[in-house]
Design a protein. Structure first.
Length: 90
């Protein structure tokens, strides 16, 4: 039960912060440099952790790197989808 609640909270946190993280990295670096932007997005997400977890940022990054990587990749796909639809709106 506790594990499910923790997983749900992590999933909710990542779903709300991953797209802004990808947009931030895209604006900071620009086109290309995918690995650099992914690292910037992951660091952005880790900076948004609750303050009591910030001292453990390095450990959390190592433990959750695959999950963070997946969340960033999904956000990149969502951003690309938004960018493709944008010309249709304008």
């Amino acid at each position: 039960m506790l594990k499910k609640k923790i997983c749900d909270k992590v999933r909710e946190f990542l779903s709300t912060i991953s797209l802004p993280a990808v947009i931030y990295a895209e604006n900071l670096v620009g086109k290309g440099f995918g690995d650099t932007k992914k690292e910037i997005a992951i660091d952005f997400i880790l900076q948004k952790l609750p303050s009591f977890l910030l001292p453990f940022k390095g450990v959390i990054k190592k433990l959750l790197l695959d999950i963070l990587d997946f969340a960033v990749e999904m956000a990149v796909k969502k951003l690309h989808s938004i960018q493709q639809k944008l010309p249709e709106v304008l």
